[in-house]
Design a protein around this ligand. Structure first.
Ligand SMILES: [Zn+2]
Length: 192
């Protein structure tokens, strides 16, 4: 299944061997273990005046579908910065990630986790980048009914408009000894 054949650390041909009860692809010459292939996607749920920001995909996968803005995380970029950047790049709108409303897990050859952020509007009028997307705007549920909205986006929009609490909120006041860690939690009241 895997296309990984050579060690990315030392170049030795990899072997399959049991590690902690699982067959893993590992290097016989150094400590490298190929734990698997994973990707992490992020999406933005940005509400303004009861409407939600959508973009129309100009490229496959999903060309022609309206979706919420989103993308994939970068190695050393905090996840909330990624989604703020993607919204600005795709739709020309400045926003701030304030929490997490939903998560999708897709175990497959490249195991994907998608994190849907609640965004706070800061400034800007929607304008497509005309590369990844060719249209952008804030739309009501009534307007979306006549649009080609991707099924997963419909699921997310319903959560954004009808969610019963704020989801996981960004915790910037913690004193954990973690460098560059983003922390999100359910509300626990003041002083916690
Ligand atoms: Zn190696």
């Amino acid at each position: 299944m895997s296309t990984v054949q050579y060690c990315s650390s030392c170049g030795t041909k990899l072997e399959t061997r049991a590690i902690d009860g699982h067959d893993r692809i590992a290097c016989p010459a150094c400590p490298f273990v190929h734990w698997g292939s994973y990707s992490i996607g992020v999406g933005a749920l940005l509400k303004k005046d009861g409407k939600v920001l959508l973009v129309r995909r100009a490229q496959d996968p999903g060309k022609g579908y309206w979706t919420n803005p989103g993308g994939y995380i970068e190695q050393h970029e905090p996840i909330q910065k990624t989604i703020e950047r993607e919204v600005l790049e795709e739709a020309g709108v400045e926003s701030r990630a304030v929490g997490i409303l939903a998560l999708r897990d897709q175990p497959r050859d490249i195991h994907n986790v998608y994190v849907a952020f609640e965004m706070e509007y800061v400034s800007g009028e929607p304008a497509p980048d005309n590369y990844e997307v060719d249209a952008a705007g804030f739309f009501s549920l009534e307007e979306m009914a006549a649009m080609n909205v991707a099924p997963f986006t419909k699921w997310l929009v319903n959560i954004a408009l009808n969610g019963q609490n704020g989801g996981l909120e960004k915790d910037e006041s913690n004193d954990l000894p973690l460098k560059n860690a983003g922390l999100f939690k359910v509300p626990t009241g003041s002083g916690s």
